[in-house]
Design a protein around this ligand. Structure first.
Ligand code: NAD
Length: 478
């Protein structure tokens, strides 16, 4: 079994406190033991990130390019091995896990290119003989705090732009998935990035995360996680004047209109609601279905959901892996009971199931006869649980879709150009999809939501520079 230390100021630093990383598909399988950073460790990481910032932020962009490119290359070369590790610790199917690793590699390659593409502007001043230059500078040491559901892609889409634009980093991953974070750190440690520029501190949210939020050497915090923790991050950062960006939950609607292609609609719904075990912030948890297609859609999706193969992610043919841990499984099962108590009909699934190994397996669940006031339609469940809401027409569909505190992703299945166009304009979400699942995004374009789903600058693509740089305006006289 591997024993993995934190990475601080270019050194692997062990700790007396460790945690076991448990495979959710087989709780007898301990993937490894991971050091928990002490207060002194976090202090050392903060000092290292501060001390290394000046040289790194003014250093060679070719050096940054080469390092990020090398990281991307190694990730892509090791996609199978890293994908298996990710599947073992998080539980998504092997195919999805390898896909996530590939995405992480592509992100590092993209941001390698961004290091040499950062542009400024030169304008004439309104005062004769004066020129104005607008440039972007790194923000400073940044803290990166990530959730468990994309153990390598989310760290990658924060760490790569942070480093590309010249920031130093203290990275705190979720304690549920330290193996992918550690493997990524190991790759970064061999990439030629100077010591102190990148630091890994594993540990709990309250202790390690809380320490980072409340240290003034940190100039920006990039956070992805729950609404609840996002509020903690916002409060601490506001207090200290720290720049922050938050990516949080969703209750993403997929509208299915009468004129939709039924196969496309069912595929979008099943993929969006249940793939990755429904543990995606962009999952389609509310299926809003127009009355004329409702019964055909329900009959077809019932068959499709029953056919989904739940099992060990490493086994051939598995489509839906286990839920990430016992507490998330209990939360899903609690919402199944809440839905029934609220008067919804459980059409299919919803129970805990046994497999050859002890794990947190759950049948994907679909409720029908629901309305948008029910808790199962208002609160993020974050598991393989979706609902059908029947509506009379497009107007009602868009009203229901927008009647939520969240606004991350939304989709529509229709063959009507008019309704697709109106949906793109009228839907209050950061990302809108036409005849595609609500989950599944590209790495070279902006990612993020509206309302309570997100706060601050968008992530990914060249839009990431908004968060990881600050703008400077220089006036130059004769
Ligand atoms: P979480 O909020 O419990 O934890 C996220 C991270 O914050 C972890 O690293 C955790 O240790 C840390 N943390 C917890 N308490 C903290 C504190 N007091 N101070 C500082 N850090 C603290 O979220 P989770 O359960 O890991 O992830 C699931 C959530 O993430 C869901 O709500 C999901 O929708 C959301 N998510 C959003 C996106 C997006 O891009 N919008 C993407 C993936 C996941």
């Amino acid at each position: 079994m591997s024993h993995c230390a934190n990475f601080i100021d270019g050194q692997w630093i062990d700790s007396r406190e460790i945690i076991d990383n448990i495979n959710p598909a087989d709780t007898d399988d301990v993937i490894g033991q991971y050091a928990q950073a002490s207060v002194a460790d976090v202090e050392q990481a903060l000092a290292a990130a501060s001390a290394s910032f000046a040289d790194w932020s003014c250093g060679s962009i070719q050096q940054r390019f080469d390092a990020l490119d090398a990281i991307g290359t190694e990730i892509l070369d090791r996609r199978e091995e890293l994908g298996r590790l990710l599947a073992r610790e998080e539980g998504k199917s092997l195919g999805e896990s390898i896909g996530e690793v590939i995405r992480a590699g592509q992100i590092f390659k993209f941001f390698a290119g961004e290091t040499v593409r950062l542009q400024g502007e030169i304008l004439d001043s309104v005062r004769p003989g004066v020129q104005v230059e607008i440039t972007r500078e790194p923000v400073g040491p940044v803290a990166i705090i990530t959730p468990w559901n994309f153990p390598i892609a989310i760290p990658a889409w924060k760490i790569a732009p942070a480093l590309a634009y010249g920031n130093s980093v203290v990275f705190k991953p979720s304690n549920l998935v330290p193996a992918s974070a550690w493997a990524l750190t190991d790759i970064i440690s061999r990439s030629g990035i100077p010591k102190g520029v990148f630091n890994l501190v594993m540990g709990s949210g309250n202790s390690v995360g809380g320490h980072l939020l409340n240290d003034r050497r940190i100039k920006a915090v990039s956070f992805t996680g729950s609404l609840h923790t996002g509020a903690v991050v916002a409060e601490a950062c506001s207090k200290h004047g720290t720049k922050y960006q938050l990516e949080m939950g969703g209750k993403n609607p997929l509208i299915i209109l009468d004129d939709a292609d039924l196969d496309v609609a069912v595929n979008c719904a099943v993929n969006g609601a249940f793939f990755a075990t429904g543990q995606r912030c962009t999952a389609s948890s509310r299926l809003i279905v127009e009355a004329g297609i409702h019964d055909d859609f329900v009959a077809a999706i019932n068959v499709a959901v029953k056919d989904l193969r739940v099992g060990d992610p490493l086994k051939e043919g598995t489509q839906i892996g286990p839920v990430v841990d016992e507490s998330q499984l209990n939360q899903n099962l609690k919402y199944i009971e809440i839905g029934k108590d609220e008067g919804a009909t459980l059409l299919v699934g919803g129970g805990r199931v046994e497999r050859d190994t002890p794990g947190f397996y759950q049948e994907p669940a679909l409720f029908i006869d629901t309305n948008n006031n029910m808790r199962i339609n208002r609160e993020e469940i974050f598991g393989p649980v979706a609902t059908v809401i029947k509506v009379a027409d497009f107007e009602e569909a868009i009203a229901v879709a927008n009647d939520t505190i969240f606004g991350l992703s939304a989709g529509i299945c229709t063959r009507s150009l008019e309704f697709a166009t109106r949906f793109k304009r009228e839907c209050k979400a950061g990302m809108v999809m036409v005849n595609l699942p609500t989950a599944g995004v590209d790495y070279h374009v902006p990612f993020g939501g509206t309302k309570d789903s997100s706060f601050g600058a968008r992530e990914q693509g060249s839009y990431a520079r908004e968060f990881f740089t600050v703008v400077k305006t220089a006036y130059v006289g004769r």
